[in-house]
Design a protein. Structure first.
Length: 276
């Protein structure tokens, strides 16, 4: 048994890269604060200021300068998920013709990405305002598209600028109801297909995932801009070691991340009770 040729930094980069390929929800978030986190419990401060008051000028003296409200939001890295897999001989697996180590860690990355996407959906839902929720008692092929349009209209009324990209994260069941209306654009950008992109309908980019949050037996479909959610993640460490009392090697890895709904007016949920 040996892992003398195992380079932790190289494999951490590989796991991060594979993880990125499989993420859906996380890829639709604002992630400009990544690189500032190291471990679970770290806090990233998202700086912001409130909007100024606009006054009417009548040629006389104007009011004194206004102190803008500090709207800094803390993004807490509150999740740490790991894998820990047994491998009989790491050096041997790395040197195999099919590079089984890469395949093994790709499987680990897929499981990590699924957990991460689902945690984002769960965490964000806690902060969704009641006025941003649309009840869908029965979703059918006749009305599924119209509910997406209602969500888009609600976003525009809340101040989302026309021309902003609006995305919807849908389940396989919801996609089935709108598939005939979705303009398939995968031939224009095949890279997007790896992250769940299916095409567009009503000016909304449709992304498919199995990692859908449910609340009170309702399936939660997100319609939002890519600024609505802040997210940061990092494959903290990938390490090879020899478990005590076993004639084998093992590899373990840690993924830390956190999410926050930072622009609540730029996200609407469709809350689906049933499909028909």
């Amino acid at each position: 048994m040996a892992y003398t040729n195992f380079i932790p930094e190289l494999w951490a980069e590989k796991v991060q890269r594979e993880n990125e390929k499989m993420l859906v929800m996380a890829k639709l978030c604002n992630r400009e604060w990544e690189g500032e986190l190291k471990k679970k419990g770290d806090t990233v401060h998202i700086l912001g200021i409130g909007s100024p008051t606009i006054g009417d000028y009548d040629g006389t003296a104007i009011t004194g300068p206004e102190a803008l409200t500090d709207t800094t939001i803390p993004l807490v890295i509150n999740h740490a998920k790991y894998f820990n897999v047994l491998i009989d001989d790491i050096d041997k697996r790395q040197a195999s013709p099919k590079d089984l180590m890469t395949q093994i860690l790709a499987e680990c990355s897929e499981s990590l990405s699924a957990a991460e996407d689902l945690d984002i959906a769960k965490d964000v839902y806690k902060d969704v305002q009641s006025g941003q929720k649309i009840a869908v008692d029965s979703c059918t092929k006749e009305n599924a598209r119209s509910f997406l349009q209602k969500a888009k209209t609600k976003l525009y009324k809340a101040g989302v600028k026309q021309g902003s990209e609006i995305v919807a994260v849908v389940s396989p069941d919801y996609l089935e109801k709108i598939e005939q209306d979705v303009e398939n654009l995968e031939t224009d950008n095949m890279n997007t297909a790896t992250n769940g992109f299916k095409g567009k309908t009503s000016g909304i980019s449709i992304y498919l995932t199995n990692n859908i949050h449910t609340s009170s037996s309702k399936e939660i479909i997100y319609v939002m801009t890519k600024r609505a959610i802040a997210h940061a993640n990092q494959i903290n460490e990938v390490k090879a070691y020899s478990p005590e009392d076993l004639f084998a090697d093992a590899v373990k890895g840690l993924n830390v991340y956190g999410s926050k709904l930072v622009r609540p007016k730029e996200l609407v949920t469709l809350e689906v009770t049933a499909y028909a």
